[in-house]
Structure formats: structure tokens, C-alpha cells
Design a protein around this ligand. Structure first.
Ligand code: HEC
Ligand SMILES: [Cu+2]
Length: 343
């Protein structure tokens, strides 16, 4: 199924998160589609909704009519009557109701299949390809290119150009996750060891929120992502910037911060291109400062939040795969200054 039957009004969710970050995490509504796939799913939702509403009204009307016509009281014994004519009418009524039900369900099945097919594939000769790999509990995002040095790697924030068909190649590094941005498309499971393709297209510029939709362990609820849909030129600029290695910081404080990064455990798990840190266990931090949130939409990307996260990520997101880093305060200050230069 396409996930069409799930309907979320996310106002409460919005409130909670906007309190946290001041802005809100972006559009997150199945009934507010921003592209052809979500549009098709919304169409199916409303078709089924109206059919069910008619069925509901007819059913209640039938009951009400039967109740109104029954003249016996509850205590009275019902007389046994032989009424072949009435039996025939009753058979006919029940038979045709069953036929109408089966036909309606069949029509819904056909429409579901058609919607599924439409959502399945956009035909495009040269779509943009983005690889999305689920991790407990964050999203690795790669824009592959035949030339290794033209490959962009980022986390949790997916940039796409507006109005362009995009193929998401999905996979998982550990357990089953599910990629779901309700304004964009239905859910797609990310299965370990199994790559599959998933089309999206976003026709309205904006920021869209998404969430892991398959329970994947302790921090499943803190596994959000965002999709930033922007003009082709803004996207090209973003991509160009992401391709650059991290610059050498000019000021002494961030220079020292880089030293802190490279002499502590950070480099065992993170990449910052342009430095010696090249591990892909955790998110690529080369352009960390260009992202608006950290830890899969758990915290805003501010100095304070970064410092808190680095010192004790386990208090913020218990069970996550980053180990605590009890740093001296001035080392931490310098490190956070350095991370702030990674835009
Ligand atoms: C044991 C591996 C490991 C070590 C060591 C480690 N990290 Fe991490 N880090 C991770 C993982 C995994 C995540 C993703 C956590 C999540 O969101 O669930 C992460 C997330 C982050 C993030 C948020 C990135 C984003 O875009 O969401 C920052 C910033 C970060 N780490 C900085 C550091 C710094 C600085 C150090 C060294 C002081 C460090 N990490 C040490 C594994 C590690
Ligand atoms: Cu998940």
C-alpha cells in the first residue's frame, strides 16, 4: 500500500517542535501535497473518504428507517409470520447490497492499484539521484557521482531542485527504517542489504519535514529529516559549496578547535574532508554549519546545542551511537567555534 490510508494532522507535533526551534520543522501533512506523488495519494484519500461517507450515511439511514417502522415493543413476543413475498424482497435487498459492496470494494482496489502505479514511477531520462541510507538513528544522504570528488555526502537535510524528478536509492545500514515525508510521497521502507528506488518530485519551494515511520529502536522518534526544495540555481550553489573541502580556519580559536577535533575520538567516527578525519560511522561534518538542525532534527544547530550534544549526547538522545566527550571548557569552546566555520 502507499500509506494512503494514514492521515496525520500534525498541528500538535508542529507546536512541540516549534517551541523548541522557533521556526517549526517544515510542512508535514499528507493532505497538503507539494508534488505529483503526494497529490495522487491525496486524491485517493478523498475518493475513499467520500465513498465511505456515503456508505455511512446510507447505513445509518437504513437502521433509522428499520427502527422507525418496527412497531413491536421490547417486551412483546414477536409473532412468527409466513410471508414468502417479504422473504423474496429481503433476499433481493441483501443480495443487491452485497453486490454493491463487492463492486465498490473492487473499484477502490482498482483505484488503489492505479494510484500505486502513478506514485511508483515518474518517467524521466536523467533524474537526479540521491542515495538515502538509514542508520540508527540518522539519515545518511549521498549525491553519487562517477567521479569520487564530485560526490556530496551530508546528513538529515536533503536539498533538491524544485520541479525535477528525483530518484531516491534507499538502503539501510542496520535495521528496517521507513522514509516518510507526508507532503511529498507515501512511506518507503529502507531494508538492510536491499537497495530500492523511490521517486519524488516537489513542485513548490519550501522546507518539508519527514520522519522515520518504522519502529527502529530506542530513538526511533528522534529520527527526523528535512527536504529543502529550492530553485535550480540555489540548488546548484548549494551543491557547489558542499563539494568543497573544509577550509583551513584563519583565526587561532577555530584552528585550536580543529586540533581538538583531530586529537580526540571524533575522527574515529566522523569525516571532515580536507582534514585527516575520514570515518563514515557517523554523519559527515564537512559542512555541518550549513545544516539547520543536528542529530536528526533533535536539536537546533546552535553553539549551545552543539556543545551540549558533544559533551553528553547520551543525555540528549539516550542509546544513540555517539559516545560522550568530557572536554575541558576551553577545548569545547574552541571545538564549537571550529564546527561553526564548516559552512
Ligand atoms: C563512537 C562514534 C562517535 C564519536 C567518537 C563521535 N561521534 Fe559525533 N556522532 C556519531 C553518531 C553515530 C552521530 C549521529 C547520532 C544520531 O543522530 O543519532 C553523531 C552526531 C554528531 C553530530 C551531529 C551531526 C548532525 O548533522 O546531526 C555532531 C556535531 C558530532 N557528532 C560531533 C562530534 C564531535 C565534535 C566528536 C568528538 C568530540 C564526536 N562527534 C565524536 C558518532 C560519534
Ligand atoms: Cu528509523
Amino acid at each position: 500500500m502507499t500509506g494512503a490510508a494514514f492521515f496525520i494532522t500534525s498541528d500538535q507535533f508542529h507546536c512541540g517542535v516549534s517551541l523548541l526551534v522557533g521556526g517549526g520543522p517544515g510542512r508535514h501533512r499528507m493532505l497538503d501535497p507539494a508534488g505529483p506523488q503526494a497529490g495522487n495519494i491525496e486524491w485517493l484519500y478523498w475518493v475513499i473518504f467520500w465513498i465511505l461517507l456515503v456508505v455511512f450515511v446510507l447505513t445509518i439511514a437504513g437502521f433509522a428507517r428499520a427502527a422507525a417502522r418496527t412497531r413491536t415493543s421490547a417486551t412483546e413476543m414477536l409473532p412468527i409470520v409466513k410471508d414468502p413475498e417479504g422473504d423474496r424482497r429481503a433476499h433481493w435487498a441483501v443480495g443487491s447490497a452485497v453486490a454493491v459492496t463487492v463492486l465498490t470494494l473492487f473499484a477502490i482496489l482498482v483505484m488503489s492499484v492505479i494510484t500505486g502505479k502513478k506514485v511508483e514511477g515518474l518517467t524521466s531520462q536523467n533524474p537526479i539521484t540521491i542515495q538515502v541510507i538509514g542508520h540508527q538513528w540518522w539519515w545518511e544522504v549521498i549525491y553519487p557521482n562517477a567521479q569520487a570528488d564530485q560526490t556530496v555526502t551530508t546528513a538529515n537535510e536533503i536539498h533538491v531542485p524544485v520541479g525535477k524528478p528525483i530518484v531516491l536509492l534507499t538502503n539501510s545500514a542496520d535495521v528496517i527504517h521507513s522514509f516518510w515525508a507526508p507532503s511529498i510521497n507515501g512511506k518507503r521502507d529502507l531494508l538492510p542489504g536491499y537497495s530500492s528506488a523511490f521517486w519524488i518530485q516537489i513542485d513548490q519551494p519550501g522546507v518539508y519535514h519527514g520522519q522515520c515511520a518504522e519502529f527502529c529502536g530506542l530513538q526511533h522518534a528522534h529520527m527526523g529529516f528535512s527536504i529543502v526544495a529550492e530553485s535550480a540555481s540555489a540548488f546548484a550553489q548549494w551543491q557547489e559549496r558542499q563539494l568543497k573541502p573544509a577550509p583551513d580556519p584563519a583565526d587561532p580559536e577555530p584552528r585550536r578547535g580543529r586540533q581538538v577535533f583531530l586529537t580526540h575520538a571524533c575522527l574515529m567516527c566522523h569525516t571532515i574532508r580536507g582534514t585527516g578525519a575520514g570515518s563514515r560511522f557517523g554523519p559527515d561534518l564537512t559542512h555541518l554549519a550549513s545544516r539547520s538542525m543536528i542529530a536528526a532534527e533533535t536539536l537546533p544547530n546552535t553553539r549551545g546545542a552543539l556543545a551540549g550534544w558533544i559533551v553528553d549526547p547520551q543525555r540528549i538522545k539516550p542509546g544513540n551511537q555517539m559516545t560522550p566527550n568530557p572536554l575541558e571548557p576551553d577545548d569545547l569552546e574552541a571545538l564549537v567555534s571550529y564546527l561553526g566555520t564548516l559552512n
